[in-house]
Structures are given as C-alpha cells and as structure tokens.
Design a protein around this ligand. Sequence first.
Ligand code: MSP
Length: 654
Amino acid sequence: MSKKGTYYVTTPIYYPSAKLHIGHTYTTVAADVLARFKRFTGYDVKFLTGTDEHGEKIQKAAQEKGVTPQQHVDEIVSDIKEIWKSMEISYDVFLRTTGEDHKKAVQNIFQKLYDQGDIYKSSYEGWYCTPCESFWTETQLKEDKGCPDCGRPAHLAKEEAYFFKLSQYQDRLIQYFEDHPEICYPESRKNEMLSNFLRPGLEDLCVSRTSFDWGIQVPFDPKHVIYVWFDAVCNYITTLGYGSDNKEEYDKYWPANVHIVGKEIVRFHTIIWPAILMALGEPLPKMVYGHGWILFGSDKMSKSKGNIVYPEPLIERYGIDALKYFLLREFTFGHDGNYTNRVFLNRLNSDLSNDLGNLVSRSIAMIEKYNDGIVPEAKAEGEFDQNLREVVTSAAEKVEEAIDKLQFHDGLEGIWKIIRRVNKYIDETTPWILAKDEENKATLDTVMYNLADSIRIISVLIKPFMEATTKKIWTQLGAEGEVGLQWKDTMEFGKLPAGTKVKKGEALFPRLDVEKEVEALEKINEEYLQQINGGKKEEEAIEIEPKEEITIDDFSKLELRAVEIIKAEKHPKADRLLVLQVQVGQEVRQVVSGIAEHYKPEDLVGKTVILVANLKPVKLRGVESRGMILAAANDEKLVLGTLDEKIPTGTLIS
Ligand code: MSP
C-alpha cells in the first residue's frame, strides 16, 4: 500500500440508453482529474465507472430497435468505452451491471436483507415514472401528475412487490447527516435532502418489479426482478468483491472517498444507498458530491430539440485538454452552468492561448534568443524575484485544498493566478531591454531561469487536469526524468537544472478567430447530430392542440381532388403568392397560393397535389382563386401535400 493510503472515487454508472453528451463527460472528467491528482500525490487509487444496464427503459429501447436487451446494451457500452478512451479517462474498473459477478453479489445482498427482515413482501400501488424508473407518492408528484425529478407524466401502477424498510433508517440517517456533513455536498443539497425527504418522513422502498423481466432476479422469487436503483447502487461495493467469496479489495478500498453524482440522483446516493449500507452493517461513503447540470442556453440538453453537445467534435478540433479545462474551469462544481460555443471558445482563447500558451512560447523564444536555448544559472537577485518565487511556490497547497473539496474551478483559478503573475513578471523585468546591454547579463540570466522554473512548476500543477499539455511543455522545456516534476516539487523553486536545453515547439493552443469558429462549430455540431441520428435530424414532438370534433357528414362536405399543376407564375402584386393553373379532370382552374417563399414556380409544374375544390372563389390581391392547395406548414417550413403515385387528375380524395 502507498504511504498516503487508498483513495476510491466513483462516477455514476451510466444508462446505456443513448449516446453520452458533454453533461455525462463532465461527471467523468471531474472524477478523472480527482483520480489523477490522487495518484500523482501518492495515493493508491481506485477509480470506478461503468454502466447501469437493467430496467424497463432499456428493455423498451431494445424492443423498439428489434434486438435483445443484451445486444442493445453491448452496442452502446462499447460506444461509451470508446468515448472514455478517446478522452483518456484513467478509470481502473469499468463495471457492467449485466456482469455475472455483479448479478450474483446483488442477489446475495438482497437475500441477506430479506433473511434479516429488512426486505419483506407486500403489494405496491403508486405513481410510476418509467424514464426515471421511480415510484412516487401522490404528494410528491408535481401539480400535473408529473415526476418530481424529470417532470414527465407518471402513471398509476400496482404490483406485488418486495419492500426495503427504508422508513426504519430515517432517524439514523438524520443523525448521520448531522454528524457527517460531508455525506452530502454541497451544503445546499444536504439541506434539500433533509427538508424534502428525511424530515417529512421516509416510506419503505419498493425494490422489486414484475412488470418486465430485464433485471436481476430475486433469488428466492424469480418472477420478480430487483429494482434497478437497488441493483445499481450496489455496484460501488460489488466491484470490490462485496457479496462474493473474495472481498480483499473491499476491505482495502471501502468506504469510498467520494461518489461524484449529478444533482438529480443525490437522493439515491445520500438516502437510499446509505440506508442499504446501514442495513448491511457496512460503513457509509465518506462523501457524496452532487454537481450541477450543464445546460444548453438555460435548457436541459435534449437530443430531440437538437440542443445537445457531444464531446467528440470538440475534442477532434481543439483537443482533450481544451475540453477538460473548459468543463472544470468554466462551471462552478455544484452549480448549474450554461454551455454555448462562444463561451467555450472565449475561454480557450483567454486562458489557454493567451495566458498559458503565450507564457510558454515567449519564454522559450527568449531563452533561445538570449542564451542559445540553454537555461542559464540564476546569478543575480532582482526587485521582483522574491515575490515571484513566493507566489509561484505557494499555489500547490491551495490547489490541493480546492481539489480535495472538488472545487476544480478554484484550483484552476489558483494555477492561472500564478500564470498571470509570471506573465506580469516578464512585463516588469523587460528582458528585451536588459538584453541590449551586456552589463545586465546576470540579471537577464536570472529572469530567464526564473521563467523556465516557473513554467516547470506550472506544468506540474496542471498535470492532473491536462496531462498532454504538461508533456508538451516538458518537451519544450527540456525537462526530463523525474527531477523536479513531482507534485511536491511545485512547492520549491530552483529544481530545474541550469544548463537544460529548451526547444521551441508548436503553439500549445493556437489563437482562435472566435467568430469564424462559432460558425464552424455550429455547422460541425449539426452535421454530427445528423450523422448519429442516421442522417435524420430528430424533430421535437409537436404539442397537438385538438380542434372541435367533426362528424363524417361534416367531412363529406369537403370536395378534395387530386390535381396536377400545369403552370405556375409569380403574382403580379404580392411577393408571397403564386398563381397556379391546375388540371382537374377536363377543367383547368386558377388557384392563388401563399407558397412563393417556399417553392420556385418552375419546381411546381408536374406535381400532383390536393385541391379543396369546393371552396368559395375569392380574389387575392386582384387575382381570382378557385380553391385551395393543401400544405403542412410551421413557422419555418411549408411542404405541399402530394400524392405518392400518379392518379388521373380530378380523382376524389376521401
Ligand atoms: N444510471 C443512473 C446512475 C446510477 S449510479 C448508481 C443515471 N445514469 S445517467 O446516465 O442518466 O446519468 C449519469 C450522470 O450524468 C448523472 O450524474 C447525471 O447528473 C449526469 N448528467 C446527465 N446530463 C447532465 C448534464 N446536462 N449536465 C451535467 N451532468 C449531467 O442517472
């Protein structure tokens, strides 16, 4: 075991129901940075992620696709693993709840709780939200019977079921919240759990289902499957061998140091999961952190609305480090934040290109210019040196403190403060003026050394966040091996050996033309969305406002006929109107139609469309119209109703 001990960090296990977007990436990137930081600072780390593969939602999605649930999840899970690989996520274990070991362990846990009376059989009637796989009481529902978590409609469901005696743990949980505030961070979420759930009173939790079968069977009553959230939360310990014959890893890593979860699943992690652990007689996780959501223009991300951002195009164009940096710097962990391409690009330009990129490139360029690329010895002491050293070496402690509290944005801000300090040092010491006079050589050398060593410290500080950038800086700095490149070395100045040869490389983060990039990104994201939707852009479901019912007699008053457009021209007085001549059997009719913004006259000739033939004739801007052509239209688009095969004109449509 390492000197510092163990550190166990987990992400939620993701539903393999749809492609993961940057909201999911956010949770995982945060856990990844934490894991990297802890490894770097000497801990024996276990970093767990995985997939939550059971439940009705998954079963339905598979049915819709016409494949088995297992085939469905296998396909998406391999896609999820690909994303994590392309983002260099450093997880140690990827748990799938369909794995045999996990299933057996969950059954053992369920059996144990049943044997000791914590799980009992009864029947359940309540409001069920299928997308969230959650039962709710009537009082918990929103006004319109919507699910309190996702807002979608819940429906009444009744089934024979097993229950977990959650209510019995209420007092112990409240006490635990009081004694261990870190069981639910940030503070605001803890208060929410106490006032919305714990204090009003807990009801026993329904932990089995019979309405579908894609789940882990209750070992002693196989027509029931175990509730997917019970199955899912257990992953945190089944991964370590709990519930099997070999729980060596469990003894080593449990309790987890932190479960990182999104705000909407805090309840499962700070109430249900701790109660299960209490029933098992096991210790509770040391911290559960509920972060906020990344919103898209103040809306929840949604594929159907097209307001969703996937990590792949961003990584491909700007690199993994840019995305990781942005996610953890822009948003305050714990709060919601808004994503826009512009905010992303501005952040890249100001922090990565201007502050960090510039510092490295101009410092290396100066060492090349003033000292043939050799880092000189610091021989003189200048006016600004002492302060520079103090500021630069004091960052690590604050960064460490911030990361321990999962305040990644503060940690990064702490590092960027020193980056800006070092940039200011260049302005203060004006090396280009020093270089004009040989007498200043010792001072100039000192400035060059201080710049190089500051960059060494910065490169080490950013390592848990941006490993690839760190490595690029080391190459440019000529920093080799382990000397001066450990976390503790950031607290000491002077670790870069004088005589090191630097080498200018490519710009770390080339400056972006934000306007151009905003345009490019919009196009790229749209194309990407279309590509993953199989070429079709998914459309938002339209809310239907029904009109008054009509009888078949009402309908039969309409005379709808197939007609062919034989001539089309612009209306002489109105830009929005076209004047059409349509063939209706033997007759040619003139119809004026408001479709000029959507169709060119020449594209219409030859189309068979639908005419309301018995509409009273009217004059539209002085031109007579005898009938109306049918079209589907919304604010942006208009499409003519056509017939999918040729049929003689004049044929009645009914
Ligand atoms: N399967 C459950 C977790 C079980 S853990 C024992 C689940 N899966 S999920 O795929 O729906 O969500 C996983 C995580 O992604 C959640 O923490 C959720 O908050 C996070 N995010 C999903 N969309 C998000 C944003 N738009 N922004 C930030 N995080 C979001 O819940």
